[in-house]
Design a protein around this ligand. Structure first.
Ligand code: COA
Length: 153
């Protein structure tokens, strides 16, 4: 099912979206980006992966959700908006689509680990009702701080 956010269409990821996702991911994250087959595999497995595209078809952003090992908690692995499309509601629409998918799967909560310095992302999740459940030091690298944001469904 597709939704709109401003001039953007938000819908489930299709196999043909994966190359564009990888290109955007690589532009932003370089060596930290997920490999090209990764999104395709997640999509193929039925995980909630959503894309936002504008009227011309250009990729504005994507959001990847996974299910945690307890099978009742969703996890937002990544949400990214192309710099050209920021502050147009793309990320809010994408995260909301993934959250709705988790709700429809009768999940109980959704988590997201956010870099403590990433004010844009913290505000995004807080604005969608997530709360800061805990802080996690040395999460990816020594010296970094991540915040676990959580939404009860
Ligand atoms: C964080 C990011 C995903 C936000 O994407 P976006 O599409 O611009 O976000 P939205 O337009 O949906 O914004 C929703 C809300 O998030 C907050 N927000 C988004 N960008 C912000 C910024 N630069 N500064 C402060 N708040 C911001 C605001 O509360 C905003 O609501 P508002 O526009 O009504 O004030 C985007 O900046 C991005 O891709 N950053 C790089 C990747 C990243 O950090 N991903 C998050 C990893 S957890």
């Amino acid at each position: 099912m597709a939704a709109t956010s401003g001039n953007l269409q938000i819908r489930r990821c299709l196999p043909e979206d994966c190359a564009d996702i990888f290109a955007l991911d690589r532009t932003l994250w370089g060596n930290w980006s997920y490999g090209s087959p990764f999104t395709r595999q997640l999509t193929d497995m039925g995980h909630p992966v959503f894309v936002a595209r504008d009227v011309s078809g250009a990729l504005a952003g994507y959001c990847i959700g996974l299910t945690q090992a307890d099978c009742v908690t969703g996890y937002i692995l990544d949400v990214t908006t192309h710099p050209h499309y920021r502050r147009q509601g793309a990320a809010a629409g994408l995260v909301s689509a993934v959250v709705e998918d988790f709700r429809n799967r009768n999940m109980k909560a959704v988590n997201a680990a956010i870099d403590g310095k990433n004010e844009a992302s913290k505000r995004l999740f807080a604005g969608l009702g997530f709360w800061e459940a805990k802080q996690m030091k040395n999460y990816y690298e020594t010296g970094d701080l991540h915040c676990l944001f959580r939404l009860e469904l």
